[in-house]
Design a protein around this ligand. Structure first.
Ligand SMILES: [Zn+2]
Ligand SMILES: [Zn+2]
Length: 198
């Protein structure tokens, strides 16, 4: 008798067919498909949002290393993508749901489990939709890069300006210390008590 290992129930069953019709397996199937549908809907909604720029964030392992379990492919899929020090929200999951492996595995999974055919579309992302998202994401990344370069240039300018002021202050301090031809009884200009200096 063929022994089948059921990835959904995480156990071996002696007859695949009978196991797949068991109440426990149907319940787990229902749960897994509901979760996958919800994850797919959330990814597509985020990807369709007008402001894809908000999908580009500074990478934080506590936030952006989460995985979504794909029951069809039998593995965890990274939800967010990563590019250097940046996290791309939902990009990992979108890519998986639009890819050929997932499309093939959902077909097999649906056939094996005799899942409701209409639900399959809710666990896939059309290729054109992913393409649009990927392009919008590239634009958002380029924009982020441009702003980052601007910020660095501004920081460099600020540092140069601060150094220039510091040099001036030092020079002014040195000049105050130098003997001058002015009378030493005159109040120092700019002092808080120089009421008569108009
Ligand atoms: Zn099972
Ligand atoms: Zn998958």
């Amino acid at each position: 008798m063929a022994v089948l290992y059921c990835r959904l129930c995480r156990r071996s069953a002696f007859t695949g067919r009978r196991h797949r019709y068991s109440a426990g397996h149907r319940r787990r199937l229902q749960e897994a498909l509901t979760q996958l549908q919800e994850a797919t809907a959330a990814a597509r909604a985020a990807a369709a949002a007008a402001d894809v720029a908000s999908a580009v964030q500074r990478y934080d392992p506590a936030e952006h290393d989460g995985r979504v379990w794909c029951p069809c492919c039998g593995r965890g899929v990274r939800r967010d993508g990563r590019r250097g020090g940046l996290a791309l929200l939902q990009a990992g999951l979108m890519r998986h749901l639009a890819g050929p492996e997932h499309r093939r595995e959902t077909a097999r999974f649906w056939r094996e489990n005799r899942a409701e055919a209409t639900l399959r579309e809710r666990c896939l992302v059309p290729a054109e939709e992913y393409e649009r998202f990927a392009q919008a994401l590239e634009r958002a990344l380029a924009e982020h890069q441009r702003r980052e370069e601007e910020r660095i240039l501004q920081m460099a300018a600020d540092i140069r300006e601060a150094e220039r002021r510091q040099r001036e202050t030092v020079q002014a301090a040195l000049q105050v210390g130098e003997p001058t031809t002015q009378s030493s009884f005159e109040p120092v200009a700019g002092g808080g008590c120089s009421f008569g200096n108009i």
